[in-house]
Design a protein around this ligand. Structure first.
Ligand code: BG6
Length: 520
């Protein structure tokens, strides 16, 4: 098939703002220009469950160019056909959209597989030849993204090999991009080293770091909610907000990921990236424009203003799940999981109290918590407001009245809930909490794309809005490092039974401040 795709693939700088493009034009989904994707670590879990299905879903939605090409690179003795079969199985099992033979056929024609390990020069030579062949055969125009879905210890070798074999430098008029998956190091020092290695080969603008939470519709909606409306922003500050709770609870354990998870733990796995990004979006000022530079500038200001509490023993908690019941089934404890050192001190639950030292948020705690094997899977941001300063009602009328809360439900049941007091029907004046609910499923007919669909498309378009930049990654480690260092030198993690809402120490942490965690 010859590649006669749409025009070159740089995202128009005016994607959102050009007044000459009508609102309807701007709403049209952008289609990636001629391009290809090379995935290193293509036999891994992430690739099978998320990346390959996302590529298919994009193709199915007509968002990939006709000559799109996908190259898998891994240490397997596979032929192109074996690779295509693997992708097909992964797509059938995990894709969001229905399987259509004609879409599959077109995609499969552009699939190639390169067997080899990362030290193998011959394999990289073959990769280079394949990239050139695809350019000629399918019209990928020299535009390739290299997705490093591999442990960070291999980043240096892979990017160096790309450079050595002439694939990191874009031919005239085309682009080359590197996509890297977390963890971006395990502390500030290692993150800096990694960033340096990657930036020796790729310019900062060519590096796309994946934080898949930023690809979620509900997360992008935080900015829409705050900055496209008039009613929230005036109360979004220390004069009205008592505190903020950001929760990412999972009901699953570590599954087969012992090798990755042990030694990393909950705080490094998700607070350093997903939860600090949610916090930054919740707390940041309005960006000057909706573009990558302006978003970075505002998120960075928040992260730089984050302050840890002086007493880390009172205001941070880490814990490990023990055996218990989860969804009607018996679950083993973390230390009994396959591949886990029975003396491991790795946290599967982490909670921290943070403050943001600026005029908008001074004195408002942000409580972040995450855990595996908790009561249920839910991610939410809860803005808990101060109590009304005065109530004309008899105190007995309001005994069942809580504080006003605005909850952004990131997942599941994506939407937003506002809680406020309302009179209970009847002759007495009794006031109780009620909720007002916005659910995506009820307001929109379109289904939300998977985060990886959005992010892979944005890589191919060169749109960097939803990708954390090096400065944010380093700033996030600056926040977390002292907490990890404190935990390292202070005893063992607390414990909580699988299927519960975490350790009692976490409840105590909020109780000390006269507050309590929400039970979502
Ligand atoms: C990943 C973490 O970044 O996010 C996993 O490494 C976690 O430990 C996962 O399970 C959760 O993602 P989601 O999209 O299911 O909330």
């Amino acid at each position: 098939m010859s590649g006669s795709g749409p025009a070159p693939a740089e995202v128009p700088a005016d994607r959102w703002t050009n007044p000459l493009r009508s609102a309807a034009d701007r709403r049209l989904p952008l289609i990636a220009g001629p391009s290809g994707l090379v995935i290193f670590g293509v036999t891994g879990d992430l690739s099978r469950k998320k990346l390959m299905p996302a590529v298919y879903d994009l193709a199915n939605r007509g968002l990939l160019p006709p000559g799109f090409s996908l190259i898998g690179f891994a240490r397997r003795e596979w032929q192109d056909e074996d690779f295509a079969q693997e992708v097909r199985d992964a797509v059938k099992e995990h894709a969001r959209t229905p399987f259509r033979q004609e879409v599959w056929q077109q995609l499969a024609e552009g699939m190639r597989f390169i067997p080899g390990d990362f030290g193998d020069d011959d394999a990289f030579k073959r990769l280079r030849e394949t990239v050139d062949e695809l350019d000629a055969e399918r019209g990928t125009s020299g535009n390739f993204a290299f997705y490093l879905s591999v442990p960070p210890k291999f980043f240096p070798q892979v990017v160096q090999q790309l450079k050595r074999h002439g694939m990191a430098d874009a031919p005239e008029g085309s682009w080359r991009r590197a996509v890297i998956e977390k963890p971006f190091g395990h502390d500030l020092t290692s993150a800096r080293e990694l960033n340096q290695v990657v930036h020796e080969v790729f310019a900062p603008k060519e590096v796309f770091r994946i934080d898949h939470y930023l690809g979620k519709e509900t997360v992008q909606n935080i900015l829409a909610l705050r900055f496209a409306n008039q009613m929230y922003e005036p109360i979004w500050n220390r004069s009205y907000v008592d505190h903020v709770q950001i929760t990412m609870a999972e009901d699953i354990g570590i599954g087969g990921r012992a090798g990755y998870y042990d030694g990393i733990g909950a705080a490094r796995d998700v607070i350093q990236n997903h939860l600090l990004q949610l916090m930054a979006l919740t707390a940041m000022e309005e960006p000057a424009a909706f573009d990558a530079e302006s978003l970075l500038a505002e998120k960075l200001k928040v992260l730089r203003a984050v302050k840890l509490p002086a007493d880390l023993s009172a205001h941070t908690v880490r814990a490990q799940y023990t055996a218990g019941w989860q969804g009607g089934e018996q679950a083993v404890g973390y230390l009994q999981e396959d591949g886990i050192d029975p003396r491991s001190k790795t946290d599967t639950y982490a909670a921290v109290k943070l403050e943001i030292d600026n005029r908008r948020w001074a004195g408002v705690p942000f409580y972040l918590r995450t855990g595996k094997r908790l009561g249920r899977r839910v991610t939410e941001i809860a803005i808990v407001f101060q109590r009304a300063p005065h109530s004309p009602f008899d105190s007995t009328a309001t005994t069942e009245l809580g504080a006003n809360v605005l909850v952004v439900r990131v997942q599941p049941d994506e939407g937003m809930v506002i809680r406020f007091g309302s009179k209970v029907p009847g002759t007495s004046m009794e006031i109780r909490d009620v909720t007002m609910d916005f659910a995506y499923g009820e307001s929109f007919t379109e289904e939300s794309p998977e985060a990886y669909e959005r992010l892979i498309l944005d890589v191919l378009l060169g749109d960097a809005n939803l990708f954390p930049r090096v400065e944010e990654v380093e700033e996030s480690w600056r926040i977390l490092d002292p907490v990890e260092a404190y935990w390292d030198t202070h005893g063992r993690p607390a414990r909580y039974a699988s299927g519960t809402w975490g350790p009692v120490e976490a409840d105590d942490m909020l109780a000390r401040d006269g507050r309590s965690w929400r039970r979502p």
